[in-house]
Design a protein around this ligand. Structure first.
Ligand code: SRM
Ligand code: SF4
Length: 528
């Protein structure tokens, strides 16, 4: 065998099919797929390559695909939201959408025969779903209050767009970055509260001031704004790691180039033989940080400045639910709680209407799977707050509801070991009926060890697993605690394994009483 043939023979099935045909190639074949139908499609095209266009075959609902958009910085216009609603409307009860843990939207119920038209509709309003799955860079997260927050250090909106445009070639697809060893997450934050969970991204930019080179006049040096860089954060079924410092600082104008350089180093050197070890952190482990940093500098064509002595993440994380003044006098942003992130076509039209009538035609999404409507003037707040949608998408949900996040789970995801979203809601409603709370508690559910629902960043994280009850296999959870977000963020760890879901409520009740100051309602009433 030749060297090339030997190395091809040793490739895993994902590397093999990527080498045979780039994922993006299916873009030219959508019409043909539609004409033959999903059942007749080549399985690799259908189950894998379509994900390069953000189209996911769902074995749980065959023929009804999921579409994952890209929402840079979690910002969407009302016009775009309406287009998403129109797409869903066609599918009746099969159509629904979810706000994701990456400030993004996924649509469900999509039929192959409609794809081409959907792509045209997306293009007309500047939406794209390209490169949102498989071995690509996921939605790039940014501060959800960018440009609104009086205390922000940097408005991330333009930068996040620039990075997305570089990676996706303005949404057209960019073959330079369509064959990474594995998925890749990027976050850029310009606020003080680490609103994007920087620590769980492969590459994250956090605000930091560097001693400038110019004198400021009174003997001190001017401070220069930029970002300290973190690398290698990720969750997988095999291993979860918080990102570690690259010991590098960049000015905002160099962020796009650094993203490119890191991606090129990862693309060309990342481990590919074993997909369990293909995330960036494994390469950093193998090389050591010094060698990795040097490779990034070589790719960048210039040396990186050392990290600033400290970053500016010094606040507790905000959840943005409620009414808050903006830095623009007389304007407010209002955070609506969307239970478990689920939206239907009518909700999308209604949210779009509210953002248009009361705001400026803009809607924002958070990594907690909620919605922010910005730019509401004082004079319109009162009528806005009386809108019926706010009964369901509340600005003052109960304590546990407020901090609830859940991944997709068994309803649509074939990796799931348990049902998550509906169970998560039912469980916390039952707990709220029993207990009163004096402090927020963030509960995250995730249906399997892939950790899309990020249980490791929660106060209480619940990860689907197989458990046993009365000798029989049942749906269960492993419980995580200790996740800290915002300032001094760190990951939580597993404290108990294999609790049957049917037995979970009393276990959570005790944890809430022991660790989070919850009190039984009866006792709270008597004590009052
Ligand atoms: Fe995820 C795979 C859903 C955020 C780690 N994730 C999947 C798939 C595509 C599996 C599949 O094909 O069924 C899920 C689609 C289910 C569906 O129908 O909705 C899925 N992941 C999600 C979403 C929708 C969860 C949610 O309800 O919000 C999130 C979409 C984000 C987005 O808009 O792009 C989502 N996934 C995450 C996160 C959280 C984050 O990014 O902050 C993680 C952990 C962080 C990380 O990646 O390091 C995450 N997802 C995974 C993994 C484990 C990756 C690994 O290295 O092993 C998988 C499995 C895989 O890629 O093979 C996975
Ligand atoms: Fe699916 Fe598991 Fe991710 Fe939940 S954590 S969406 S069950 S892959």
């Amino acid at each position: 065998m030749t060297d090339a043939a030997t190395s091809k023979a040793s490739l895993n099935k994902f590397e093999k099919f990527k080498a045979e045909k780039d994922g993006l190639a299916v873009k030219a074949e959508i019409e043909q797929f539609a004409s033959i139908g999903w059942e007749a499609m080549d399985e690799t095209d259908r189950d894998h390559r379509l994900k390069w266009l953000g189209v996911f075959f769902r074995p749980v609902t065959p023929g009804k695909f999921m579409m994952r958009l890209r929402m840079p910085n979690g910002i969407i216009t009302t016009q775009q939201m309406r287009v998403l609603g129109e797409v869903l409307q066609r599918y009746g009860d099969d159509g629904s959408a979810d706000i994701t843990t990456r400030q993004n939207i996924q649509l469900r119920g999509i039929r192959m025969e409609d794809l081409l038209e959907i792509f045209h509709k997306f293009a007309a309003v500047g939406l794209t779903s390209v490169q949102s799955g498989m071995d690509n860079v996921r939605n790039i997260t940014g501060d959800p209050l960018a440009g609104l927050d009086a205390e922000e250090l940097f408005d991330t909106r333009d930068l996040v767009h620039q990075v997305q445009n570089a990676i996706t070639n303005y949404g057209e697809g960019n073959p330079e970055f369509t064959n990474l060893p594995r998925k890749f997450n990027i976050a850029i934050t310009g606020g003080r509260d680490n609103s994007v969970h920087a620590e769980i991204n492969d590459l994250a930019f956090v605000p930091a001031f560097q001693e400038g080179s110019r004198e400021s006049g009174v003997g001190s040096r001017e401070k220069e704004f930029g970002f300290n860089i973190l690398v290698g954060g990720f969750f997988s079924a095999k291993r979860c790691e918080a990102a570690v410092p690259l010991d590098a600082w960049v000015a905002p104008e160099d962020v796009v180039a650094v993203c490119r350089a890191v991606l090129e180093v990862y693309r060309d050197n990342g481990l590919r033989a074993n997909r369990q070890k293909a995330r960036l952190m494994w390469l950093i482990d193998e090389w050591g940080m010094e060698k990795f940093r040097l490779a990034v500098e070589t790719q960048l064509g210039k040396s990186l400045r050392s990290a600033a002595a400290k970053d500016e993440i010094d606040w507790e994380k905000r959840d943005h639910i409620g009414i808050y003044p903006q830095k623009q006098p007389g304007l407010h942003y209002v955070g609506l709680h969307v239970p478990i992130g689920r939206l239907y076509a009518q909700d999308m039209f209604e949210v779009a209407r509210l953002a248009e009538v009361y705001g400026s035609g803009e809607i924002r999404l958070t990594v907690e799977q909620n919605i922010i409507i910005p730019n509401i003037p004082d004079s319109r707040l009162r009528t806005f707050l009386a809108e019926p949608l706010l009964q369901r998408f509340s600005i003052e949900p109960e304590t546990l509801t407020r901090g609830l996040v859940s991944c997709t789970g068994a309803q649509f995801c074939n990796f799931a070991l348990i049902e998550t979203k509906n169970r998560a809601l039912a469980t916390i409603k039952a707990l709220e009926a029993e207990l009163t709370f004096t402090q927020p508690v963030r509960i995250h559910w995730t249906g399997c060890p892939n950790s899309c629902g990020q249980p490791q960043v929660a106060d209480i994280g619940l990860m689907g697993t197989k458990a046993r009850k009365d000798g029989k296999p049942v749906e269960g959870v492993d419980i995580y605690m200790g996740g800290k977000v915002g300032k001094d963020a760190h990951l939580g760890s597993c404290i108990t394994k294999g609790i049957p879901c049917d037995d979970l409520q009393p276990v959570l009740r005790n944890l809430l009483i022991e660790h989070f100051g919850a009190r039984p309602r009866q006792e709270a009433v008597l004590g009052a």
